[in-house]
Every structure is written in C-alpha cells, then in structure tokens.
Ligand binder design. Structure first.
Ligand code: ADP
Ligand code: MG
Length: 705
C-alpha cells in the first residue's frame, strides 16, 4: 500500500544525522547550526558548484576568474618574509605559460616537495598577480614519475562550506546519507502522470545525478545549473513554495469577510475628482470592487509605476467600507508618505462628510488618546498612519479594509498584523477578517510575481495619467558637475524645483550625511539666489519633515537629499533630478528616485552623474535607465542583472533561500509548476502537504493563516 510505504520513507527521511558514522554531538551541532538535522536535509544539501578535474588546461590558456585544473613542472621557488611568511612556486608547462602558486600558510614539508622540476597538478581559480596569473592556496598534489596521473572521471561536487567541518568530511557525510536513499517509489512525491508528461527523472535519480554526476553527464549543463536533474529538483522546490503560498491563501479565504457591495459613495467621490480616472485605474478599481463584494477576504496586490495614481484607487476602495458603515485603514512606511496620504484623503473625503483620523508615532498623550477613542468607537471612518496603526492598544471598531502602501518596505508579517486588527481579530479560526489591499510602486516581473505572490491576486495600473511628458534621462561623468549648477539656476529661475541626491561609496549614514552636508554648503555658495534645503537620515524627524514640507510648498527651490526621499513623495513642480554616484545604485532605486520628477506637466529631466570608470554592470544599468521609463521593463532587466533575491529583498519573501531553484534562471518552469500545483491541491492534497514539508518545512512564511 503506497500510504504505508510513504510512511516508511518519511521515517527514514526524518532519521537524525547522528545516526551516521562519525557524527558525534559536536559535528551534529555544527550541522544543526546550518539547519541540517535529518538525512533528508543532507540529501537536499546540493553542491554549490562542481570542480572539473576531468581535463587539464594548458597554462597559456588560463583565464582570470575561471577555475580549472592545470599541471606543470616547478620552475622556481621563492620564500618571502617581508610582511608575513609567503611561498611562491612558479609552474611551467608545454604551452610555455607560467603560473604562480602562492601560499601564506605552509609547512616545511610542503616547501621540500616543491623541487625544481617536480610535477604538480592543482586546481583553483587564477587571478592577476604581480607576475602574471596566480592561484592562492590551490588544492594540489604532487605527481611522481611512476605514479598515478589518471584524470578524474566525473565532476567533483563542492558543497557550501560549513563552519568547523572540512570539505572532505562534509562530502563523506553526504555520501553516507546518499547511500541510505530509499528506493524510488518510497522517495517520490510527484505522481507519475505529472512527471511523465515532461520527461522528468525521478527524485532519486535526480539527487544521485546532482550529487554524483555520472561520467557521461553533460558537464556544461551541470555547471550552468540547467541539467535535467537540476531542473527536476528546481521544479519540486518551486512547487513546494507555490503550494505553501496557495495553502495560506486557501486558509485565508476560508475566513469570512464583510461584504462591501455598495458603490454609491465611491461613485460620488469619482465624480468630484478634479480629473478623470485613467483606463487602468478604472479597470483595477473594478477588480477591487468585485473582490470587496465577496463574503471572503480580498487579497490583492496593486502594482503601479511611480505616479500611476494608486492613492486615488485606494481612496475609492475605502469608500466601499465607509458606505457599508465600517472602517478602512491606510498604512504607509514613513511618516512623510502617510502624511501625504492624509492630506490627499482629507482633501477628497472631508467634503463628503467623512471623518479621516491620523495616527503616527508622534501623535502622543491626549491627542493620541482621543484618536484611539475615535478609532475604537468607529467615529473615525478612515484611519491613515504609519506602523503606529499596528501597535497594541490600537483597536478598531470595525475594520473592513486594510490598505498597505509601498509594501516592499514592510515585511509580510506586518501586513498580517494590520489584518489582525479586524473585527474578530483574536486570531481564532472563525474570525471575520478585513479585506486586504497591498500597493507597490516596485513593479516586479510577471514570473516573479507569480512566485512571490501566489497568495495574492495581482493587478497592474499600467498607464500613467495623461499629460505627463516622459522624463529625459542622461548620464554624465562627474567632471561635468559644474554645468549642472547652471541648469539648476535656470530651472529655479523659471519657478521649477530640483532634487540633488547624494550617495557615496561608504554607505554609513554618517558619512553620507556629511557628504550631503558639504554638497549642500557648496551649492548654497554657488547658487546664492536659490533657496536650498537639506534632508538626510541623521536629522531629527521633525526637521526633516519641515524641510520636505517647505519643498512641497515651493518655498525651497533645490533640495539636497540622501536616498531618504526615495519612496512616494509627490512634488509635481519638481522637474530636475540629479543623482550623484548613480553607478552605485540598483535599477529599482534609480527608477524610484527618477519617479520623483515628471509628475507634473512640465518636461522633466534626470541626470545620472557617475564616477568613471564604469563596471560592465553599472554601464548596463545606466543604459537601461536612459532607454526606458517603463518600470516593468526596468524590473525585468533588474531581475536579469541582479537576480530575484536582491530584487525583492530578503525580508519580504523566502524566495532568496531556495536551495536549487534560481528564479532568474528557472522562471520558465513556473507555468508548469503552477499547473502541477493546482492539480495536486485538487487531486492529492496529502501529497501537496508532504512536498511542502520536505522543502519548506518549518520555515513557513506566515505565522498563522
Ligand atoms: P503613486 O501611484 O505613485 O502613488 P499618486 O497616487 O501619488 O501616485 O498620484 C500621483 C499624482 O497623480 C497625484 O498628484 C494624483 O493626484 C495624480 N493623479 C492620479 N490619478 C490621476 C488621473 N487619472 N489624472 C490626473 N492626475 C492623476
Ligand atoms: Mg504612492
């Protein structure tokens, strides 16, 4: 019976590593520190790389940074003691190339081995040194004339290093664990019919291939992580993550949520707006409206490029809660942003007689008590604020819609914490939970969204309000800084405003603040007729906000800032953005910063000042910025250049912790993964459960669904 068989394999999988030979408490502890506790953990501990010892590379053909095996004869040996002990061994071969092996730690016996003329075979990564290419601390062995000089027959796996455990012992341990791999049927969790269609190897076969590549394995594919065995493992891992998110979603949707199906108030607001909604705004609001009319919670992510007008869509959604006699909350990551929302919402809603309350960290004492009271009594129909909204002691009367802006600044747990402020917010199973709307201006590629947000529905506001002229972007070498001063002078004389953003090689707040300070002083001197302001992370929050407000009100012409201004700030009159050391910033951040201009109707420009010489990567980033203003295109490029972990931030998802899968490389697997996931959830939920347990285990993203 398959069930019993499965049960037996579960036992074996869960067998503690200490059952293996040579694993005492000390080793077990070191492994446990890396999350390795069971045999299964060792099976899934996959090689990070392979060393190819099946061939020798002529020394003349060595390339810096490319690991290879070489063999040569010792041509010269030098011992030095200048700063610390050092041993240099020059090797030559028939290709007439020379390679230096360099050692900082060595024993006398080693020195004795390296006689001129001796044959040495070594493996390592050559780097440019003082005298041509060198390898520091290569792994090597001496080959005596009569001795064994056969080449390796397969790739050697290299495992992620584990502190206090040598690579050889680790390899041996994993080998022992692999010797105990159960037979195919006991190990396999993917049903046959799901595998057959796509010609996937069994899990057992895939694991053995990846850990112990057979002689005829496709070496290039393995090194690139694209071998069918690796793809098979990646599929199961992606599937596990997908299933765990879907499970969360299903659990969430099993809760009850208030039905918010009246839209007269939203209509009234829409008619009173000073502008017409864009097609994209209408479409997304329509999706939200349909979600809100359901008796289970909406879980929707709205992606919209900077300036696409997400706030008004949120306000319309809030009207559905208010019309139903309930409350909506809008949370933003910074006080400044929250305040901007407050002003927008008050401007739109107070004329309709709706009470909008404000709750931030700086609201204290009596004022705070009064707000808490209004929130608890339901008198406050819409509540805008920062993290302060989630604090203990904040109790809503009847929260029906929780809106979180600029979600990438919040962790998933925070998002849930706001949800838990819902009517029945005790966390018990039958609670009524609010609808959730998450908004982000960091567009992420579709594939990535599929993987990261399988628990959310995703909509995109993929159109900007009319009348915006695209921002012109140029990249300038830092030497041309003086020209910029003239541009700022001209823009300010015409009544426009400008940002000057300072970044630095050293990221410490303090150093960046100093740089911003001296740039500020310098620009004040050069532009006596312009009022210059300064904001950086080391200033008191109140001063920072006063300056930002003065900039918003047009009292300040030029704002010198660190990247603290990055997210969300809306000053339509600002039309010039200058970013110093732009080569240091990632695409997402550059795009966010540039999004601060081009919000009004005036033609805007963005100047990316860079420090030459540019790395290949930096050059590509700046080119991408010059070529497009489209956040989605930029996000795709970012994914390609940096990989998904960086893009999403590790705080946000568990995606960066994949063992095998790499979303940039394996994105094409996702449609298949989704299809499999739906089938499994439908046909064999107990298998789905076990796949999640195998790969995701206890590290489930949500504390409780
Ligand atoms: P974001 O999506 O970056 O949060 P905002 O909601 O701050 O964008 O909107 C940017 C600006 O565009 C605001 O000044 C807002 O009032 C304005 N806006 C929003 N929708 C429209 C529209 N349909 N037509 C014209 N202006 C709009
Ligand atoms: Mg916004």
């Amino acid at each position: 019976m398959p069930i019993r068989k499965g049960g037996a394999s579960v036992d074996l999988q869960q067998q503690p590593i200490s059952a293996l030979k040579g694993v005492g408490p000390r080793v077990a502890e070191k492994l446990a520190a890396r999350g390795l506790a069971t045999l299964q953990d060792l099976w899934l501990q996959l090689p990070r790389q392979y060393e190819d010892r099946t061939a020798l590379t002529p020394i003349r053909l060595l390339q810096p940074g490319v690991a290879v095996q070489v063999e040569g004869r010792v041509e010269a040996v030098e011992r030095g003691f200048r700063y610390r002990p050092m041993l240099r061994v020059a090797l030559g071969d028939d290709s007439h190339g020379t390679l230096v092996l360099r050692f900082f730690h060595f024993r006398a016996a080693q020195v004795a081995q390296f006689q001129v003329g001796a044959r040495v075979r070594c493996y390592g990564t050559p780097r440019p040194g003082q005298h041509g290419l060198e390898i520091v601390h290569p792994s090597y062995r001496m080959i005596d004339e009569a001795g064994d000089d056969a080449l390796g027959t397969s790739l050697d796996p290299v495992y992620p290093a584990i502190e206090g455990l040598g690579p050889v012992s680790l390899r041996r341990l994993i080998g022992q664990a692999l010797d105990r791999l159960p037979d195919e049927d006991a190990l396999e969790l993917l049903p046959r019919e799901l595998r057959d269609g796509s010609n996937l190897p069994s899990l057992r076969e895939a694991l053995l291939t990846v850990h112990r590549p057979p002689q005829d394995a496709d070496v290039a594919a393995l090194l690139a992580g694209r071998h069918p065995a690796q793809r098979r493992l990646a599929i199961e891992e992606l599937l596990a993550h997908h299933l765990s998110l879907r499970r969360q979603r299903i659990a969430q949707q099993a809760h009850a949520a208030p039905v918010l199906d009246r839209i007269a108030l939203a209509d009234t607001l829409r008619k009173r707006l000073p502008f017409a909604l864009t097609g994209a705004q209408q479409r997304v609001f329509e999706q939200i409206r349909q979600d809100l009319a359901q008796p289970h919670p909406m879980l929707r992510l709205v992606q919209g490029d900077v300036g696409s007008g997400k706030t008004v869509v949120a306000a319309l959604a809030a009207m559905c809660a208010v019309e139903a006699g309930r409350q909506a909350a809008l949370m933003a990551p910074t006080e400044l942003l929250a305040e901007q929302h407050l002003n927008n919402l008050r401007g739109w809603l107070e004329p309709l007689g709706i009470r909008v309350a404000w709750l931030a960290g700086k609201v204290t004492g009596k004022a705070r008590a009064k707000v808490l009271e209004e929130v608890a009594s339901g008198e406050a129909q819409v509540v805008v604020g920062t993290h302060a909204l989630m604090q203990e002691g904040v109790a809503f009367h009847d929260l029906a819609l929780a809106i979180v802006d600029e979600q990438h600044r919040f962790g998933v747990h925070q998002r849930l914490a706001l949800r838990d402020k819902g009517s029945g917010g005790s966390g018990n199973g039958d609670a009524i939970v609010p609808h959730q709307l998450v908004m982000t201006a960091t567009p992420i590629p579709r594939t990535l969204a599929m993987a990261a947000y399988a628990d959310l529905d995703v909509s995109a506001i993929d159109e900007l309000p009319p009348g915006r002229t695209p921002v012109q972007t140029v990249a300038l070498s830092a030497e041309r800084r003086p020209e910029l001063v003239e541009r700022i002078r001209k823009a300010c004389a015409e009544g426009r405003q400008a940002y000057w953003v300072c970044t630095l090689i050293d990221d410490s707040d303090e150093v960046v603040a100093q740089a911003a300070q001296s740039t500020y002083e310098d620009l004040c001197k050069r532009l006596p007729e312009v009022r210059v302001g300064l904001v950086h992370g080391r200033m008191k929050a109140a001063d920072k906000q006063a300056t930002m407000r003065a900039f918003k009100d047009g009292e300040i012409g030029l704002l010198v800032a660190t990247t603290v201004i990055e997210v969300g700030v809306d000053v339509p009159n600002a039309s010039l953005m200058i970013i110093e050391n732009a080569e240091r910033l990632g695409l997402a951040q550059l795009h966010q910063l540039r999004g601060r201009v081009g919000r009004g109707s005036a033609a805007s420009s963005c100047v990316l000042l860079y420090q030459a010489p540019l790395s290949q990567m930096a050059r590509q980033r700046l080119e991408t910025m010059r070529e497009t203003n489209d956040g989605f295109v930029i996000a795709e490029k970012d994914l390609e250049l940096r990989g998904p972990g960086e893009l999403l931030g590790t705080r946000q998802t568990g995606l960066a912790q994949f063992r095998v899968a790499d979303l940039a490389r394996d994105a094409d697997l996702l449609p298949q993964v989704h299809e499999m996931g739906e089938k499994l959830l439908h046909d064999s939920p107990e298998l789905a459960e076990r796949i999640v347990a195998r790969w995701v285990g206890g590290a489930v993203r949500f504390a409780s669904a």
